[in-house]
Design a protein around this ligand. Structure first.
Ligand SMILES: *Cc1c(COP(=O)(O)O)cnc(C)c1O
Ligand code: SF4
Length: 336
């Protein structure tokens, strides 16, 4: 083949070429040099990782860009703030077998991989001991045995890290193993990849999701309407054509989406591209991310305003995960 012919980048290529140097980021986006020292130090605690399709949506020269804020390591991350701890959800104590979290009735969360395509600075899993939760073949068999032995489980949720970092071949294998368990009816995938790397939604993947006997739900993760470009819209269309129900979960973050206009536009843009808002999470008090926190009172006020402006189906549920509870705790019921 003529070497001057350029094939479009595959998602694997894009995944292997994420930007990990704060210096390169600051230079490329023409940001103030004063950000560099903090970025370097904070990235030693939790690496910076930005895929190109995300980088392309950041406005150059704007240190307050809402997409930049989600990925730029800041010196504030190194502050010790009382109440902000390493494992705010106490997940380490809810693993009946490695790689599986069973806290809620009827559904289990399977941690497929530790990898993500992007490192979100506010991530509550930034300190999770993933190395102990690598899902090898033996562990996977234990996960299958656990699910098979409990007929009350009807839904499996692939989580991570980001489960769509796994290859199509691996996902196909995992799904066919799960299909052997008769009491399972639903498969849910929690992934940020349709947003940060929409190239991931390949024809092979949509083929797998179309032919499985499971009713498939994908929960994407977008916090700001500026994330939702044409590539994301096209990826969601491909999923919907495969019969997948697509929801969004977002995290309420100071300096990213803590404005009524932004939240309203997020819901409307999501719906325009075929996604329904599901959860809006208040921030988990994870160590190193206190600067994203918003008081509950402010969160509830924002939801009240949102309810005044939008149809009910575009108002996400304001929720929080409280360790030890059997469901998310809703913070705003609309009766306030
Ligand atoms: C969030 C979560 C779920 C899913 O909860 P839904 O309310 O069904 O979306 C399941 N298991 C765990 C451990 C969770 O944290
Ligand atoms: S994609 Fe999700 S799991 Fe990965 S770093 Fe971001 S918030 Fe955390």
């Amino acid at each position: 083949m003529n070497s001057s012919m350029q094939l479009p980048d595959t998602w694997q290529t894009l995944l292997s070429q994420t930007l990990e140097s704060p210096e390169a980021l600051i230079r490329y986006l023409q940001l103030p040099d004063s950000l560099l020292e903090g970025a370097d130090r904070a990235s030693l605690e939790f690496a910076m990782r930005i895929p190109k399709p995300w980088l392309d949506r950041i406005e150059k020269g704007n240190p307050d860009d809402p997409l930049l804020r989600q990925v730029l390591p800041l010196s504030e991350e190194l502050n010790d703030v009382p109440g902000f701890i390493r494992d705010p959800l106490d997940e380490i104590n809810s693993n009946p077998v490695d790689g599986l979290i069973h806290k809620y009735n009827g559904r289990v969360l399977v941690i497929l991989t530790s990898a993500c395509a992007i490192n979100c600075r506010y991530c509550f899993r930034r300190h999770f001991p993933y190395a102990e939760n690598r899902l090898g073949p033996q562990q996977w068999q234990k996960v299958l045995d656990y699910i098979a032995a409990d007929a009350s489980i009807t839904e499996v949720i692939f989580s991570g890290g980001d489960p769509l970092v796994a290859s199509d071949a691996r996902l196909q294998q995992l799904i066919s193993d799960l299909e052997q368990i008769p009491h399972l009816t639903r498969l849910r995938i929690h992934s940020r990849l349709p947003v940060v790397l929409p190239q991931r939604i390949t024809e092979t993947l949509t083929g797998i999701l179309k032919q499985t006997r499971f009713n498939v739900v994908i929960v994407i993760h977008s916090n700001h309407p500026q994330e939702l470009d044409d590539g994301v819209a096209a990826a969601v269309q491909r999923l919907k054509q495969a019969g997948v129900t697509v929801f969004n979960q977002a995290v309420l973050l100071r300096g990213v989406n803590d404005h009524i206009d932004t939240l309203k536009q997020l819901s409307e843009t999501l719906f325009d591209i075929g996604v329904l808002p599901y959860y809006l999470f208040t921030f988990d008090p994870v160590k190193g991310a206190a600067h994203f926190d918003l008081p509950d009172e402010e969160a509830k006020q924002l939801l009240g305003q949102l309810q005044d402006l939008l149809p009910g189906y575009l108002v996400p549920k304001l929720a929080r995960e409280i360790p030890g509870r059997g469901a998310k705790t809703l913070l705003f019921t609309g009766q306030e």
